[in-house]
Design a protein around this ligand. Structure first.
Ligand SMILES: NC(=O)c1ccc[n+]([C@@H]2O[C@H](COP(=O)([O-])OP(=O)(O)OC[C@H]3O[C@@H](n4cnc5c(N)ncnc54)[C@H](OP(=O)(O)O)[C@@H]3O)[C@@H](O)[C@H]2O)c1
Length: 184
C-alpha cells in the first residue's frame, strides 16, 4: 500500500519536473540538493538514498530528455581521507561513511542517466550567509571564547574549503553560452 502511494507520488513529481523542464528548456541544471547531514545518513537509510541517489538519477534523466547537461555537486566524502596529498579525479573513490557511499552512488546514477553530466566534488562549503561550515566554526569559536571553553572538531588533517560564489561562478563560466539555467 505504502509502496503504491510512494510510486504514485513519485510519478506525479517526475511529471511535474518534466513539465517544468519542457517549459524552460534549460541548457544545464545545477543540482545542489542533497541530504548532507553526515550523522543522519549513518542512522537513516531511506531518505538519504532517495535524495542522494534516486532523485539525482531521475533529475539527470529528465535533463537528458530535454538535451540539458547536468552539473551534480558531490563531495570529498567519496574518498577515505587516507591520501596524504590532494585528491585528483584519477583517485579511486573509497567512501567510508553512509553519506559518502550515497553520494558516490548518486554520481554513478547521474552519469548513467545523462551522457552530458559533470560531477563537481567540493569540500567544506562556505559563503556569506546561511548556516555553513565557516559560520558554524566562527559561531563555535565565539561561544568557546565567551565561555572560556574548548571546541570539538573532527581530526581532519587537511581540507580545502570552497567559497560558494567561486563555485557557482566557475560552474556558470563553463557554460558562458548557456542562456537558461535551472538550479535545484
Ligand atoms: N556543506 C559542505 O561543506 C559540503 C561539502 C561537500 C559537498 N557538499 C555538497 O554540496 C551540496 C549542498 O550541500 P549543503 O551543505 O549546502 O546542504 P544543505 O545546506 O543541507 O542544503 C541541501 C539542500 O537540499 C535540499 N533538499 C534536501 N532534501 C530535499 C528533498 N527531499 N527535496 C528537495 N530538496 C531537498 C534542501 O532543501 P531545504 O532547505 O528546503 O531543506 C537544501 O536546499 C550537497 O550535494 C552536498 O553533498 C557540501
Amino acid at each position: 500500500m505504502s509502496g503504491h502511494f510512494l510510486a504514485n507520488n513519485s510519478i506525479s513529481l517526475i511529471l511535474r519536473l518534466l513539465g517544468l523542464l519542457l517549459m524552460i528548456f534549460p541548457d544545464f541544471i545545477l543540482n545542489c540538493a542533497a541530504m548532507a547531514r553526515v550523522d543522519v545518513c549513518e542512522t537513516e537509510l531511506t531518505i538519504p538514498w532517495a535524495v542522494n541517489v534516486v532523485a539525482p538519477g531521475l533529475l539527470a534523466a529528465a535533463a537528458a530528455s530535454v538535451n540539458a547537461a547536468i552539473v551534480h555537486i558531490s563531495t570529498d566524502y567519496v574518498f577515505d581521507g587516507e591520501k596524504r596529498s590532494p585528491y585528483t579525479i584519477k583517485d579511486e573513490p573509497r567512501p567510508i561513511s553512509s553519506y559518502g557511499r550515497s553520494k558516490l552512488a548518486g554520481e554513478v546514477a547521474v552519469m548513467a542517466a545523462n551522457p552530458n553530466s559533470y560531477i563537481v566534488r567540493v569540500a567544506r562549503l562556505f559563503g556569506n550567509s546561511g548556516n555553513n561550515f565557516g559560520s558554524r566554526i566562527f559561531h563555535q569559536l565565539q561561544q568557546a571564547i565567551d565561555n572560556r571553553s574548548k571546541i570539538k572538531v573532527c581530526r581532519y588533517p587537511v581540507s580545502q574549503a570552497t567559497y560558494l560564489p567561486d563555485l557557482v561562478a566557475r560552474c556558470a563560466k563553463s557554460w558562458v553560452r548557456a542562456s537558461l539555467v535551472f538550479i535545484t
